[in-house]
Write a protein that binds this ligand. Structure first.
Ligand code: S3P
Length: 446
């Protein structure tokens, strides 16, 4: 997306409690992985509930470019006819991963252990994001990478002829890096071993098992050691994608902040390694319960029942960051509507997301009259329980979550909150404004 397709939007304070029952789009992390594992399996994988946001569509395009057949039925089910582990073929053109760090980094893992040449690029946001974190470990498979200085996209990749299995300790908590190493290990002879210092989302491990790979996970302190036996024959397996908890977070916080609201968000993924926001909101005194808990497609799922009411400031420990890494902008908005100070600790990784989210979140709040500070890697938000002033124009920096966080804030501010560009919301949450409208929120183009 370029500047010509910018989409300014505004959010006006809710005049009545939000109410209703909605479902949010499918989980982005699981959607990328379902397409990738489907492409690496023998047979036809059917995927229901796949997120059709732009990030995931980039992954679908990339899998097609690498020789898998990816189609969508009229009823919305996706089908992937896979090529088998090691069976992907050379793409005829550059692979453009758009705005998606997950697509780019996971795909690097796949490409490292296929003996093919490829070039990968992305949009201006993705071309600023660090790729060294995957290039460095993946080079030890025998693959060769050439990038712009600093390990930035575009990237040329010459996959290894016979990839070596990796033994790697991930230096930063990152499910993307862990997954890239595991994906490379699929087509390496021998056992791949990844150690992560803190446990991060385990969708890759779960899905590898679901497709028939042998994966062992053992706890190691607050982290885990994962081993994968190389060159399994992955068998096609149907995938049911749950609602994305990272997307549910936006209507959830909106409902909590608008007094008297009563909202149910159905079929939300409840993987504990994605649950840090819920833990934090409960500590803030949020009235959220889970109904109809069940397991769907190997992932825990439930309906979130949310009632609006007062929140109080809390201290969010750094160890919680991996389980809520994408949720800090919206937690900061919740903190802005709470009584008291919220300190969110250890947010270093926020600086290398779709935007520098530590700086962008602070700017979002300050622009709307909320007292906020950054101290080292901590974000401190002072809420006074009253409606914030609002009236700001928020710079979203090509970042979907900054746009949605700002538009949720506008539900409680005295003056409307505007964003410079809401177009990137389509990367993860197509239909966001309309769905919020179903609950009674007024979020519209300007
Ligand atoms: C993701 C991992 C996280 C997260 C991203 C999705 C994944 O990134 O921020 O939105 O699907 O593995 P990091 O691995 O960089 O923490």
């Amino acid at each position: 997306m370029d500047t010509e397709t910018r989409r300014p939007m505004a959010s006006h304070r809710a005049v009545a409690p939000l109410s209703g029952r909605i479902a949010v789009p499918g989980d982005k992390s699981i959607s990328h992985r379902a397409l990738m594992f489907g492409a690496l399996a023998i047979g036809e994988t059917r995927i229901s509930g796949l997120l059709t946001g732009e990030d995931v569509l980039r992954t679908a395009d990339a899998m097609r470019a690498l020789g898998a057949e990816v189609t969508q039925d009229p009823d919305g089910t996706w089908r992937v006819a896979g090529r088998g582990v090691g069976g992907l073929t050379e793409p005829a053109d550059v692979l453009d991963m758009g705005n998606s760090g997950t697509a780019a980094r996971l795909l690097c893992g796949i490409l490292a252990s296929h003996p093919i040449f490829s070039i990968m690029t992305g949009d201006a946001s993705l071309r600023r994001r660090p790729m060294r974190r995957v290039i460095d470990p993946l080079t030890a498979t025998g693959a060769r990478f050439a990038s712009r200085p600093g390990g930035l996209l575009p990237l040329a990749i010459e996959g290894a002829r016979e990839a070596l299995p990796l033994e790697y300790r991930v230096p930063v908590p990152s499910a993307q890096v862990k997954s890239a190493v595991l994906l490379a290990g699929l087509n390496a002879r021998g056992t791949t071993r990844v150690e992560e210092p803190e446990a991060t989302r385990d969708h890759s491990e779960n899905m590898l098992r679901h497709f028939g790979a042998t994966v062992h996970v053992e706890p190691a302190g607050s982290g885990r050691i994962i081993t994968l036996a190389g060159q399994p024959e992955l068998r096609a397996a149907d995938v049911v994608v749950p609602g994305d908890p990272s997307s549910a977070a936006f209507p959830l916080v909106a409902a909590l902040l608008v007094p008297g609201s009563s909202v149910t968000i159905s079929s939300v993924g409840l993987n504990p390694l994605r649950g840090g926001l819920f833990t934090s909101l409960l500590e803030m005194g949020a009235a959220v319960t889970v109904a109809n808990r069940r397991v769907e497609g190997g992932e825990p799922v439930g309906d979130l029942v949310v009632t609006g009411g007062a929140l109080r400031g809390v201290d969010v420990p750094p160890g919680r960051a991996p389980t809520m890494i994408d949720e800090y902008p919206i937690l900061a908005v919740a903190a802005a509507g709470a009584v008291g100070t919220t300190r969110m600790r250890g947010l270093k990784e926020l600086r290398v997301k779709e935007s520098d989210r530590l700086a962008a979140t602070a700017a979002l709040l300050a622009e709307n009259g909320i007292r906020v500070e950054i101290e080292g890697d901590d974000l401190i938000v002072h809420g006074n329980g009253g409606p914030p002033k609002g009236g700001g124009l928020v710079a979203t920096h090509m970042d979907h979550r900054m746009a949605m966080a700002a538009l949720v804030l506008g539900q409680i501010t005295e003056q409307p909150v505007r964003v410079d560009d809401a177009s990137f919301i389509d990367t993860s949450f197509p239909g966001f404004a309309a769905l919020m409208g179903q609950l009674g929120a007024t979020i519209s183009d300007v």
